[in-house]
Design a protein around this ligand. Structure first.
Ligand code: NAD
Length: 369
């Protein structure tokens, strides 16, 4: 049996606790079946932390996250906390975690499960079997570059400025994650920028190529302009394996890729930091969706994005590719059996609760293990 792995669960607000409860059941199942043991701690984040401690993330919870091998995050926010001052808002808890853990690499897979092929707006023949990974640089670029701001000009009109800025180190560390990911997948990286019109794009292209030539010659590398990439993603998304790109283009392209799959309730993500001397990376795994206050507390939420985030944790933090596949196969089998939460309901399928979806996953895991 694999050694203990320290994980911190931060269920958060709204549907966060409901979907994380189902992840907790799968964690217990792994333990019971003696496949892997996890040393699990649970903490508060977001509105739940504010209600108890007056802050969306305490220093103690942050320290616990830093000590953990991986953080599994639910979702934060809701109308109850909408009028709090900016720095006390639930979302600040998540942003602080990302910043303090220096999570610079955001992984957003877009995978199409056969039974959900009808949920996409694209033709089945375009997306069948789709499995791509968008890797977005998360802590640099135009969202953080200085100078930034809005100034008033002498004639009374105003001027807004944002600055796109990247350094060799920032580009190479995210590109490195991309090449490493590709080696565990189909061994193909597409590096995306606008080298035709942006200096940061030229630098991006050159630095990625340099790293490739020095250390990753075995990985296939292609360059693509971001506007073309947006087009290619809806024209023929299966041409891609790993797409590595900057913060701004990654923001847009990952949402575009996400919608190829059709449903918010199915989308996992991971955010990784730099590797330490033992190769361990700080890591936070979370569903892409928010806290869905409209359905919170009703046992209606789809827990599959959170379960797939747990599968990503197994694969990327613990090198447990086989076990990750087991969870993904259980999701596929549950969908194939015809059960659906209401967000992915289709004609001829049965609407089930969050808990029953969790029951079905456990049953499928038993069959597959
Ligand atoms: P949302 O993702 O919470 O919900 C959008 C719509 O999708 C809603 O109709 C919701 O019911 C549905 N939905 C989302 N996840 C679902 C699931 N797992 N199963 C079934 N249906 C699901 O986005 P929103 O409504 O814009 O935001 C609600 C709150 O969540 C806000 O306070 C926002 O700030 C916060 N938020 C948090 C995160 C995060 O924690 N990472 C991300 C986005 C939004």
């Amino acid at each position: 049996m694999a050694a203990n792995k320290k994980i911190l669960l931060l269920p958060g607000d709204g549907i966060g606790p409901e979907v994380m409860r189902q992840v907790g059941r799968v964690v217990e199942w792994f333990d019971r079946r003696r496949i892997a043991t996890f040393d699990v701690t649970e903490g508060l984040c977001g509105g739940a932390a504010y209600d108890k401690h007056g802050t969306p993330l305490t220093d103690e919870t942050l320290a616990e996250a830093q000590r953990s091998d991986a953080v599994l995050f639910g979702a934060v926010g809701g109308p109850k906390w909408d009028n709090l001052p900016f720095n006390l808002k639930p979302e600040r808890g998540l942003l602080r975690l990302r910043k303090e853990m220096d999570l610079f690499a955001n992984l957003r897979p877009a995978m199409v499960f056969d039974p959900l092929i009808g949920a996409s707006t694209l033709k089945p023949e375009v997306i069948q079997g789709l499995d791509i990974m968008i890797l977005r640089e998360l802590t640099g670029g135009v969202y953080f570059g200085e100078p930034r701001g809005i100034t008033t000009l002498p004639d009374g009109s105003r001027r807004g400025v944002d600055t796109q800025v990247y350094t060799t180190a920032e580009i190479q560390r995210v590109a490195r994650v991309g090449f490493e990911l590709a080696r565990k997948r189909k061994n193909r990286v597409t590096s995306v920028e606008k080298a035709n019109v942006m200096h940061t794009g030229v630098l991006w292209r050159e630095e990625v190529q340099k790293l490739h030539d020095a250390e990753y010659k075995d990985v296939e590398l292609a360059d693509m302009y971001a506007d073309n990439c947006a087009m290619q993603l809806v024209r023929n998304p299966r041409q891609f394996d790993v797409i590595v790109t900057d913060n701004l283009f990654g923001d847009l392209l990952s949402d575009c890729a996400a919608m190829l799959t059709g449903s918010l309730g199915m989308l996992p993500s991971a955010s990784l930091g730099a590797a330490d001397s033992s190769g361990r990376r700080k890591a936070l795994y979370e569903p892409v969706h928010g806290s869905a206050p409209d359905i919170a507390g009703k046992d209606l939420a789809n827990p599959l994005a959170s379960l797939l985030s747990f599968a990503m944790m197994l694969r990327y933090s613990f090198d447990m590719a086989e076990e990750a596949k087991l969870v993904e196969n259980a999701v596929q089998a549950a969908l194939k059996s015809g059960v659906r939460t209401s967000d992915i309901l289709q004609p001829g399928t049965a609407r089930v609760s969050t808990t029953v979806m969790g029951d079905t996953i456990l049953r499928e895991l038993e069959k597959l293990a």
